[in-house]
Design a protein around this ligand. Sequence first.
Ligand SMILES: NC(=O)c1ccc[n+]([C@@H]2O[C@H](COP(=O)([O-])OP(=O)(O)OC[C@H]3O[C@@H](n4cnc5c(N)ncnc54)[C@H](O)[C@@H]3O)[C@@H](O)[C@H]2O)c1
Length: 590
Amino acid sequence: MYRFMPDYDMFARPIYEYPAQTQQAAAIMLMIQNNLDPAVAQHPQELITYGGNGAVFQNWAQYLLTMQYLAEMTEEQTLHMYSGHPMGLFPSSKDAPRVVVTNGIMIPNYSKPDDWEKYNALGVTQYGQMTAGSYMYIGPQGIVHGTTITVMNAFRKKLGTEVNPNGKVFLTAGLGGMSGAQPKAGNIAGCITVCAEVNPKAAHKRHDQGWVDELIEDLEILVNRVRKAQENHEIVSIAFLGNVVDVWEKFDKENISIELGSDQTSLHNPWAGGYYPVDLGFEEANAMMANDPEQFKTKVQESLRRHAAAVNRHVAKGTYFFDYGNAFLLEASRAGAEVMAENGIDFRYPSYIQDILGPMCFDYGFGPFRWVCTSGKPEDLEKTDQIALEVMKEIKSNSPTEIQQQMQDNIKWIEEAGKNKLVVGSQARILYADAEGRIKIAKAFNDAVQSGKLSAPVVLGRDHHDVSGTDSPFRETSNIYDGSKFTADMAIHNVIGDSFRGATWVSIHNGGGVGWGEVINGGFGMLLDGTAEAERKLQSMLFYDVHNGISRRAWARNDEALFAIKREMERTPGLKVTIPEMVDESLLKF
Ligand SMILES: NC(=O)c1ccc[n+]([C@@H]2O[C@H](COP(=O)([O-])OP(=O)(O)OC[C@H]3O[C@@H](n4cnc5c(N)ncnc54)[C@H](O)[C@@H]3O)[C@@H](O)[C@H]2O)c1
């Protein structure tokens, strides 16, 4: 199918340049081309946007057919996408989504990793990751914002809100696709970031791009440099070219204190290059992986046991360690490492969702809202940043104390977003916001398109890694403790609910982040074209898109979600959510 690869340059054009019957379809064409832009995508010729195998389409024939359908569709038709395959245009209505996307949806008993290999090879399914298969990927800035929020709040958990993280150490690993955001986030949070990376290409790339300040190849030099940075209370990010296990062990021996520890090696894929075992060189490990996979597996497991043991020793000295959604604790436990809690069921360390993003963000409705200026003009993006900032400041002045910190962090982010120069590909921005913020910002954008302040429509969307879109027991829904974290009703309700409330396109996927069969996740796209119709749709859809998840989190008895949904019911007459009655624990004691 490579013969169908277009010979024109692949990038997001201004919306008016697309040969479409409706701007909604043109917006989707723009987003598809952005996802396949070589500056944005990881393996563009393979139609892979990010995450190793996150596909937009299975082949180039599907791309061409889809673009053709989008070019001819009217606002009375919907295009149905089956894992990259355009099934066709079906008559619908103006209020229906223009595109409905499914990726990797399987009969549950056929959703194991090997099934993916087989059915992908047969050409009947694909791994859409989260935003690759839904045309909503906007490059690395999405990750930087989420990682910054995580690192800042992890330091607050460890040090309290009054102590500044300058000169305090955050030790982690990985300078790849998403993990490469860690040093930048550490710099914004204001700490010393030490990030180990075994692959010289990845380490040099991030250093050359300016995403990490210094690159060190020798452990002794690293120790001296970190000591100096601690003494001088520096804000600096250091890439260590080598294995992270060596760093954990060396810092233990040298008594270098680590305030914050995590890991972002790709342990969701442990046997095929996601995790490099200690004591094997990079090339040696690659050769063993190919020639002796069983031996390689043994080495990975040995390494994970050593890795966890060194983490445990640091934690005993005061490190706050959290799992970064990369299946570190899961694979370490499978390897027999000492990472289980006393009850033998839970892990002894929290995931970043359990301790940080879940209770501090998702349960209140804060999540990775994003937008793309379809004119392609940086000045439009600047104007939207300013509009969003004004809206956030206005909301903050009336916000309850429970969410003041989040509002402040997000205001700071949007104030500095332009300066951080994170745009790759389309003129896009991410901003964590709650339902009120998302709706008010979207309405202000729609007004600005209507009045001509913005020169072209705006596409709204979000990462699937959010309040409501994703059921993932080891990540997004890991802070759900009522037993429902292994269900996926929330993600399915979300995609259905969004689709009849005005989304321009919707998607639902199996897999994404933690792997095939481990998660169901969905998202949407919405075109704000300045019309009254768009305003009606944004009000209705964004409200449901956030409150669906808050309700489920409240029903699971999460305090922050209970607070948020009760507050919302007081101000929204049509909202009536089932609230749990709390058990009086004293009645259970006899
Ligand atoms: N950043 C986020 O917000 C976020 C959120 C959730 C989950 N994750 C997870 O984080 C993981 C990393 O994602 P990615 O896109 O960066 O993957 P990636 O494969 O591009 O990068 C991982 C890097 O880790 C390096 N590495 C592997 N073993 C190592 C070792 N022992 N020591 C030092 N370096 C080692 C690899 O060489 C690779 O460059 C994934 O499992 C992903 O699902 C990230």
